[in-house]
Design a protein around this ligand. Structure first.
Ligand SMILES: [Zn+2]
Length: 213
């Protein structure tokens, strides 16, 4: 089973991926995690990645594909790709890799969430600097203190409107053409990700169960 998750920032992609992993035993592969894992391996590839990152450059598609290929060899129940492909060039290269492995994509889930909803989710987030607990500002009703340890809550530093705009625009520009690309191949399933975590997961499961009947 090969699944790709496409989603704008704050659509809950990571959460859904881990729910799917827990329930079905799929292997969740995010590019960030792949690179971190590879750096620990301390081999020739990890050295190349280290040098690229230290030079402030992006790790090449070829290397990422090589790392994904390795994961295929140990994944028994299937793979959920999160954060790759990010653009059409990568999608075409990924298709080539799958063909060479005798595999194909089964589902591309597009977690659709309007920008306004995504923004509210990100900017409504407060964390406790002391115990790390995360709150939604709406649920707090203006009590800006941690319910567990009474520390004053803070906003995450990277949660500024500028960084969010940039991430969102980059996503629209690069990733949204993939939606049409996979739609043409009949692989795309659009999921309403503005709903609750449970409802979003239920919609994904509905697609998965329908197809296996
Ligand atoms: Zn706390």
């Amino acid at each position: 089973m090969n699944i790709i998750l496409l989603a704008p920032p704050a659509a809950g992609k990571g959460t859904q991926a881990s729910l799917l992993t827990k329930k079905y035993g799929f292997k969740h592969i995010s590019t960030g995690e792949l690179l971190r894992k590879s750096l620990e391996a301390n081999d020739a590839v990890s050295l190349e990645i280290k040098e690229t990152m230290q030079a402030g450059k992006l790790v090449s598609d070829a290397i990422i594909l090589q790392l994904i290929e390795k994961e295929f060899l140990v994944a028994e129940q299937g793979i959920i790709l999160d954060g790759f492909p990010r653009n059409k060039t990568q999608a075409l290269k990924y298709a080539e890799l799958l063909t060479s492995l005798g595999q194909e994509i089964d589902y591309v889930f597009y977690l659709a969430v309007p920008k306004a909803v995504a923004m509210e989710r990100i900017f409504g987030r407060r964390t406790c600097p002391s115990c790390g607990k995360i709150y939604n500002s709406r649920a707090l009703e203006n009590k800006e203190k941690c319910m567990d340890c009474n520390t004053a809550l803070v906003k995450r530093e990277d949660d500024t409107e500028e960084t969010f705009d940039l991430r969102y625009e980059t996503y629209i520009k690069e990733t949204s053409p993939l939606i049409a690309f996979y739609q043409e191949q009949g692989l795309l399933y659009e999921i309403d990700a503005s709903l609750s975590t449970e409802e979003v997961f239920a919609s994904i499961e509905k697609v998965l169960s329908k197809e296996s009947e």
